[in-house]
Ligand binder design. Sequence first.
Ligand code: B12
Length: 447
Amino acid sequence: MDLGVMVPSARILEEARAQKADVVGLSGLITPSLEEMAHVAGELEREGFSLPLLIGGATTSRAHTAVKIAPRYSGPVVHVADASRAVGVVSELLGDRSAAYAAGVREDQERTRVERAGRRERVAKVSIEAARANRTAVDFGRAAPRPIFLGARGLEVPTSELVDWIDWSPFFAAWELKGAYPGILADPRVGESARTLLADGRRLLDRIVGEELLRARAVVGFWPAAAVGDDIELYRDEGRSDALAVVHTLRQQMEKPPGRPNEALADFVAPRSGEAPDYLGGFAVTAGIGSAELAASYEAANDDYHAIMSKALADRLAEALAEFLHSRVRRELWAYAPNEALDKRQIIGEEYQGIRPAPGYPACPDHTEKATLFALLDAEARAGISLTESFAMLPPASVSGFYFWRPEAHYFGLGRIGHDQLEDYARRKGWSLDEAARWLAPNLDDE
Ligand code: B12
């Protein structure tokens, strides 16, 4: 059965029963869904199911499935790295040799668990105090340009304006074709499929644009800001005394070679203790309004190819909108780079000044910060984007993040953090230690 994404576990069980399902498959795009999958496995066990559970999606892995999901359920739990392998796996699980196949999977998972338990790999870490003392050096003598407005504003962008901003490479990845656009079109192995896919994609895109089958909406905001330790305080006005919200950032704790800082995003904002006033921006964009209906119309006609294609195009348009909006922010709305003149290749290569890290990306893996961002932006009212309980955005073709303007700002990976930072972060967020450990699980050492 296919229930799509972001379904509460109770519904999954209910549907599995109602449809007399042979197999349940779960797909996880962002890390909070990993926890949800373990929960569903536990629920299947509790309700006495024995059918096989398939696990897939960008953030899942064989190891995570073996260590965190399979132990919760006595039925077979199989990680499938690639949807095209699902048919083979399901035939094995439902065929004559199913018991032997399931036993093989279990043995393999047991081996993985034993290996992982034995390894207890630990990257050398420094204390959070030492990491803070080694923060990124940034020249705060440079005065921050004032955005042309403060607070948040919504805007609707015609999809026709976004077509030229599309980065096509991930479009091919969505179809399991590896290679960057446009080189992929001439690839001896996948070139022909890539050319067909692009032609079909462009044809559907023309319809989407011409008939306005998808709508794109955005909300963007700017606030006076100051770094306070590893947090960023945002203020209602230039008086900077009335705090609106606090954005929490996490700091790298891996041991660094001399001269390399232990970074946190807060390092890229001028500290409150200093002289220079600074700002932080935020955004949420979607190109998915109408996407569910469009995909459903193809599904109703048994045309899965175009159903998937329409979702892949909505994703491309959402990213194009994020790129388009960021460019307007740099040149007009915050105008810290009014004379920027980069071509598309340079923009895709991120040669511009400043960054737009998205909660969930490696520099800021805490998905819950989207709640703060969405409240600041009033993203639901201004752009029609909502957050699920596990902080996924609906419609699915949505992106949100923060804008940092300084030339020193850059992306980095947080890596594993220590228990000292976990405790400190829990305190700053008003969380129990358990809650903190749950939301930051991917950045903690394996227990
Ligand atoms: C394309 C993409 C997007 C698109 C589309 C997302 C979507 N709706 O699918 C857009 C631009 C909208 C997007 C947005 C976001 N993204 Co994104 N995105 C990606 C990217 C680049 C590719 C994912 C993808 O679609 N791959 C192609 C598909 C076909 O592959 P797949 O999902 O892995 O599925 C294959 C297999 O896993 C398997 N499979 C999948 N499911 C199942 C299920 C079963 C049962 C089976 C058998 C098999 C199976 O079959 C598929 C085909 O073989 C990944 C990075 C990456 N390289 O993986 C990041 C990534 C998934 N995104 C990420 C994040 C954080 C986000 C955002 C939260 C960022 C933000 N704050 O805006 C949002 C969340 C969107 C939301 N609605 O909540 C992170 C997640 C990491 C994390 N810590 O959670 C990733 C891993 C990037 C990264 N390195 O940090 N994203």
